[in-house]
Design a protein around this ligand. Structure first.
Ligand SMILES: *Cc1c(COP(=O)(O)O)cnc(C)c1O
Length: 422
């Protein structure tokens, strides 16, 4: 990491020239407008398309075309086993054992499925701790799970709120809430990275603290904004379960499939309730069409429907790129890139804004959330007209996420230049 950044454009060009990951940009389709490449800082919302994706999907279309149903066993990548082709790469991304991970369904579906197994309220222990202003889908899912068990969401859901005058949560405050409710909390359900503020939670410290308070507290994370963005060790951290989507930092296409983590210690626990279907059944007897569900070992035993081959093919294309680049190198560049963006934002002529994302690089990933004091939407619209794709959140936040796979330091420089003059 450089000792200091510089506002000179030549500095950005020099960082790009020495960037060991610079060649990965060519692997992606960069959207254009009037034949100009757009500055795409929206990889936290929908990651760009790898050029290899089309061939991965076409392979499956070709097998379907020529083999029909025989593709299940005789395709180049037999569909019967397709999810296996994703497991190891997905497990690497979240720091899990392969048997702790499966790719299936979509994110909110999985969140609900996992809560069926891991939110087991009792009259004494039924509360859920989550972030205030969690992503709406997570709020709805938790609210209805609570109702499904006959509890009142206003009573059962404890929301973590920042201190007066602060925008993000302190780990010590999260721990204090856990301690205060330790005898009545059934589940802690947080985003690994908050979608709005970009804050990366200390998942390890939160999980450890919760388990110290009570072994009956289950800890789960929604990693939609964390996977492919920050490094994690879910297994070692003793996280109970997690799920994520593949279309944000993981570049696997709109509505893409989702990943699930279930800690090894739960894998063989047959007393956990789960919703089931034939794809979770032991593969040896899956096509025997017999009575009696025999779950596969580990997370794979939570599958229900047969694999969605086309979105999974897109996911496979992207995971191959992550395997090649490696999260360690990606995170190293990400810290430089986002640190540079922060530096340029704070060292320019515009002062009518603040950054609510933590300044500590250990507490964030790619994203910076900029709160505008006035005319935020007008500034955002001007940037859009100038070829910048970022994300506007009412009432006053511009979210920007330069991602290490395809964004450059020069783009960061141009963004800041336009931001300060918009
Ligand atoms: C993006 C996102 C979702 C979206 O859920 P889908 O089921 O994929 O539509 C849910 N939760 C969080 C925290 C997200 O960031």
């Amino acid at each position: 990491m450089p000792e200091t950044y510089s506002t000179d454009k030549s500095f950005a060009l020099q960082l790009d020239a020495t960037d060991p990951l610079k060649h990965f940009r060519e692997r992606f389709h960069i959207p254009t407008q009037n034949n100009q490449e757009l500055i795409y800082f929206c990889g936290n919302s929908l990651g760009l398309q790898p050029k290899s994706t089309r061939a991965y999907i076409e392979q499956e279309l070709t097998d379907w075309q020529h083999l029909g149903v025989e593709g299940h066993l005789h395709g180049k990548n037999p569909w019967f086993y397709y999810h296996h082709f994703l497991t190891e790469s997905a497990a690497r991304l979240v720091g899990a054992l392969p048997k702790e991970v499966v790719v299936m369904n979509a994110l909110t579906v999985n969140l609900n499925l996992l809560m069926i197994s891991f939110y087991r309220p009792t009259p004494k222990r039924y509360k859920v701790i989550m972030e205030y202003m969690a992503f709406p889908s997570d709020q709805y899912a938790v609210e209805n799970q609570v109702k499904f068990h006959g509890y009142d969401p206003f009573d059962a859901i404890i929301e973590l709120t920042p201190r007066e005058g602060e925008a993000t949560l302190r780990t010590e405050d999260i721990q204090a809430v856990i301690a205060q409710h330790q005898n009545e909390v059934a589940l802690i359900m947080l985003g690994g990275v908050n979608y709005y503020t970009g804050q990366l939670f200390d998942m390890e410290a939160i999980t450890r603290f919760a388990k110290q308070c009570s072994n009956d507290i289950v800890v789960g994370f929604d990693l939609a904004h964390a996977t492919g963005n920050v490094r994690m060790q879910l297994h070692d951290w003793d996280v109970d379960f997690a799920c994520w989507c593949s279309y944000k930092y993981l570049n696997s296409g709109p509505g893409g499939t989702s990943g699930v983590f279930i800690h090894e210690k739960h894998a063989q626990n047959q007393s956990l309730p789960r919703l089931s279907g034939w794809w979770g059944n032991d593969e040896k007897t899956r096509f025997k069409m017999q009575k009696g569900f025999i779950p596969q070992e580990g997370a794979a035993g939570w599958q229900m429907s047969n694999a969605q081959i086309l979105p999974m093919a897109a996911h496979r294309a992207s995971l191959a790129i992550f395997d090649e680049a490696g999260m360690e190198a990606l995170v190293h560049k990400s810290k430089l890139l986002t640190g540079y963006l922060e530096f340029l934002l704070l060292n320019g002529k515009r002062k009518d804004f603040s950054i609510i994302t933590p300044a500590d690089p250990a507490q964030r990933g790619c994203q910076l959330s900029i709160v505008m004091q006035q005319n935020g939407k007008a500034v955002f619209d001007t940037l859009t007209q100038q070829g910048i794709i970022a994300d506007w959140r009412e009432p006053d936040v511009i979210r920007v996420a330069p991602v290490p796979l395809y964004n450059t330091f020069e783009e960061v420089w141009h963004f800041a230049d336009r931001f300060h003059s918009a």
